[in-house]
Design a protein around this ligand. Structure first.
Ligand code: 8X3
Length: 251
């Protein structure tokens, strides 16, 4: 188990139970942060917290009362990684399920808003806070079947870019990391309602999609720059993905 000093800076990671969130928690713990892992699945975050010397807190970011009570229990927050999010469905706009759209808006936009609002005073109090938004290339580019997710991730992007303006005179930097094709255990499987074959088809023939560790490594780099260095927006794709639709496939 990693030993973290009790007066180490504190990093809160949402969606820390798997994928980019779990990898980021490991990266930040290795960089000396005391990591607070927030996610819905207790067993996963408790195991990871034990591994990295962090703290697990069961949290649904769409539940504002729960987010407020989570925030009230934290003494200090130096870094917030707004990572909780996800996609549901890949239907055309004409036939997309409104419940899926609502759920995507709730987690990618409202969940991000709730956690950010609740922790912002502590980030400011820290004197050198870092607010990271894990958005997506879907926050900039529409694609067929992506409507609900693209709309929601545009929302995540707008929260980040608006806050950077509004916090210009506060000691908090606002970093947006926008990954393209990342192969994680859950993102595409969740999107397709557990259909492993449909999920696997997304990455068919793609030589080395990004991994959660690739994204976590980039987040760790951005967070550990000197406090005056603000990596505003960093778009990260695998070499095989030149643009959202232009993906090199060997099969
Ligand atoms: C994931 C990228 O291309 O599936 O955020 O929208 S994409």
């Amino acid at each position: 188990m990693t030993q973290t000093s009790p007066d180490a800076p504190v990093a809160v990671v949402t969606g820390a139970s798997s994928g980019i969130g779990a990898a980021t928690a490991r990266t930040l713990a290795a960089a000396g942060y005391r990591v607070v892992l927030a996610a819905r699945r207790a067993d996963r975050i408790e195991a990871l917290a034990a591994e990295i010397g962090g703290v697990a807190h069961v949290l649904d970011v769409t539940d504002r009362a729960a987010v407020d009570s989570f925030a009230a229990g934290l003494d200090r927050v130096d870094v917030l990684i707004n990572n909780a999010g996800g996609a549901l469905g890949a239907d055309p706009v004409a036939t997309g399920n409104p419940d899926d759209w609502q759920a995507m808006y709730d987690v990618n936009v409202m969940g991000t808003l709730h956690v950010t609002q609740a922790l912002l005073p502590k980030l400011i109090e820290s004197g050198a806070g870092t607010l990271v938004f894990v958005s997506s290339t879907a926050g900039f580019t529409a694609y067929e079947g992506g409507g609900g997710y693209v709309a929601a991730k545009h929302g995540t992007h707008v929260i980040a870019s608006t806050l950077r303006l509004e916090l210009f005179d506060k000691p908090v930097r606002v970093i947006e990391i926008a990954p393209g094709m990342v192969r994680t255990d859950e993102f595409s499987v969740n999107r397709f309602g557990g259909d492993e074959a449909k999920a696997a088809a997304i990455y068919q023939g793609v030589d080395e999609p990004l991994t959660a560790d690739d994204v976590a490594d980039t987040i760790g780099w951005a967070v550990t720059r000197p406090a005056h260095v603000n990596v505003d927006l960093l778009v990260l794709r695998p070499r095989a993905q030149a643009a959202q639709h232009k993906v090199y496939r060997t099969s």
